[in-house]
Design a protein around this ligand. Sequence first.
Ligand code: CMC
Length: 434
Amino acid sequence: MTKPTVTLTDNLSGKSVELDVLSPTVGVKTIDIRKLQKELGYFTYDPGYLATASCSSSITYLDGDEGVLMYRGYPIEQLAERSSFLEVCYLLYYGELPSAERLQWYENVITHHTMLHEQVQYFYRGFRRDAHPMATMVGVVGALSAFYHDDLDIHDPAQRERSAHRLVAKMPTIASWSYRYSMGLPFNYPRNRLTYPEDFLHLMFAVPTEEYEIDPLMAKALDVILILHADHEQNASTSTVRLAGSSEANPFAAVAAGIASLWGPAHGGANEAVINMLREIERSDQPLEHWVKRAKDKDDRFRLMGFGHRVYKNYDPRAKIIRELANQILDRLPPGNPNQKLFDIARDLEQIALSDDYFKERGLYPNVDFYSGVIFLSMGIPVSMFTVMFALARTVGWISQWNEMMSDEHSRIGRPRQLYTGAAQRNYVPLGQR
Ligand code: CMC
């Protein structure tokens, strides 16, 4: 069989180059342009990586047109319905679903790494009480490397694995402490008898004066939300983790960089932005059509938060699952509760936008963040913690992608090129002559 190639001809010089076409197991064929610069003397230009594969990966696959998301080949719908977050963590990192014995081993390892060094508490105490929990997260996660410096040989798979276990295990403790600190509440310690989502709810909400009762529906909903957010191939924060890690920075530093990237409202900050938008709509006396009109106006910076996705141009499969989850949770809450009102606005807004040509033509559909915020509010998780929840879930994706990169003998430091648009060479002008 002939090897698939494409030939690129430079019309200026008449020179041609034959480039290999790489075939993925599923998805879009990819042109290998590595010899382009050497043979034709050109770089390629693709701001925002709209058509550029920055790496090869066997972890997550998504097809934006078909609304498909798979972890290691397993559809997200099946995992959300039948798996648990820790089983998904195992799958993402190790590549296969665990046997019952391996799952028990993994759960045990994660459970026994949940505590933080007592000294870590002092990091929190250094922050202002009104610090955004994401600011605290960036600092504390980066600082973990100061506690495990004897275990940071990134070329040793066993040490990489230990760092991965530590990050997945400690993230609920770190995340909950960011919240507890901001509220002036005492830090809770993890409980080994609880499952991962149960323990997080306990870390967040238990108070020393009372027994904390875990709501099984909330624990289940949290587990599903964590599964849905666990990985999403080469998004901004994951690419940031890979780029930071490609310089051989330690995994805690690389994941802290990922958390910083996740923070922005166009990425993980969107769920927070959705609730702020819904509340603004609720407070205003303007009809929903007014907001939709504003979102379409190019002179207005207002956008419908929770709508649109760089890759999903048909629908976001995670949004479908989470919408159903939100329905279940809100059905159980007493009528007239404030979250119900926000949920009603979200549902109506979705209907109006989905029947509007502007949104239809551009493939703008609700994404996962459109409904996740309403669920978090129902759990008692404040808006400022929403992106932290995303970071908690995505940690396993980041560390699995980082490990994949570090295990690849061909991996090199990431070093994008640029299209320079600045001044050509000119001579220094002495201060008195400017
Ligand atoms: N409201 C109104 N118009 C929009 C929206 C929106 N939410 N999103 C995109 N558009 C328009 C945009 O103005 C542009 O129109 P035109 O072609 O006339 O110039 C067109 O749709 C394409 O938009 P884009 O900004 O070029 O698309 P992108 O792929 O660069 O951006 C996005 C994707 C997610 C950043 C963007 O849709 C957005 O800002 N959405 C709101 C924020 C949001 O919900 N983000 C969460 C993403 S999902 C969580 C995650 O994976 O991180």
